[in-house]
Write a protein that binds this ligand. Sequence first.
Ligand code: ADP
Length: 432
Amino acid sequence: MTKTLITLGMWAAAAWLISTWAGETAGWALLVAGLVCMILVSARQLSQITRWTRNVDDPPPPSVGPWDDILAVVYRRLRRNQQELSDLNRHMDGIMLAAEALPDGAITLNEEMQVTWCNSVASEHTGLDLAKDKGFSIFNIVRAPEFAAYARQSEWPEPLLLHLSHGDTERSLLVQLTRYGDRQFLIVGRDVTQMEKLETTRKDFVANVSHELRTPLTVLAGFLETVHDLPPESLSDEQREHYYHLMMEQAGRMQALVDDLLTLSTLESSPSTAGTPVRLAPIIDHALRQAKILSKDQHVFVANIDPELQINGIEAELGSAVGNLLTNAVRYTPKDGTITVSWYKTESGQACYSVQDTGIGIASQDIPRLTERFYRVDRGRSRATGGTGLGLAITKHVAMRHGAELNIRSRVGAGSTFSLDFPPSRVIARHA
Ligand code: ADP
């Protein structure tokens, strides 16, 4: 404004000087020429400013006369706004990345319960595809009636356990709905499938143990009652001896079960360690002697044992695995069958303990389940031979704790080979 007034003043002064020297008309002409000049300059400056407004990210045009001060303020304010906007965007991106990184599924809904956003975990859980489903009601996506009933509550103090199947995966989700902001909703879903499975396994395990203990206990109690109720003279010494023998058999079964349970629990609760150097040959010898007693000379035993081969491990655990595979071979191989035990180092540097039998064999569909607790192909045969149904579960656990693999090859009627393959890192190098 001041600049414009000064310029106008200068033109007026020049016009006045000219009018005193060359006449009034010349003065007015100069003043008009000055005003036209000022208008033209101003028009040029305005057009420069108009051009700048099309790309306000660039600095404003230099020296646009009276506009300089205004443009400087506008440009400074613009820069500050841009800075704030980009800070805000960065902040927003951070929040979105954090929501995306959540281990739980998150879905936001508007007041109509229509999907506004979800993270990729929620897409995985529910099959929600944001590109397609945004704006659709959540009830069209999560179709479980119990979810609809839950969502229509006015408060959600407790989460809801939902079983959803999407594709061929079944999931158990713990879903919590919350209200936030201005009548918006947030659904957080946690995948608890694994936890549920563990819980079911735990319940099954307790039920199995109770069942396994109840049978011998019932038999034992029955015998005790009989012996107690009968007058002493009504039982011959032979009969009494027979009853005692049967009772001891049942007590033995319970003892074996409890021993195996304790072994399993110790394996589960004690931390894995590298162990100490163990020479397996004496352990196998001991297990072979036990197996021969169990066999009552009904089987042929062949042993190919490397007497020096050592691995790093835990002796007691290895003893239990070695013994389990051997006693199983005896129990599931009919009379006159052959049992071959080997302990050797393979060409690739692994140490392999294998027990091969010519027994009843196992159908291929049963093989993957053999190491499950209490899984038996033939329950009657297992019980009749004193099995607890835990031997292979223990062996598999021991294998895992030693970084080894339990491999099973079998054919019904032809026999089975169970092998424990220890990695080269466990094998102790022999000194030349
Ligand atoms: P069990 O005490 O019943 O023998 P295990 O866990 O040792 O329990 O074995 C599980 C099941 O695997 C057995 O019940 C049996 O059906 C099968 N099995 C194990 N070893 C053999 C084998 N050498 N030959 C045939 N079947 C076997």
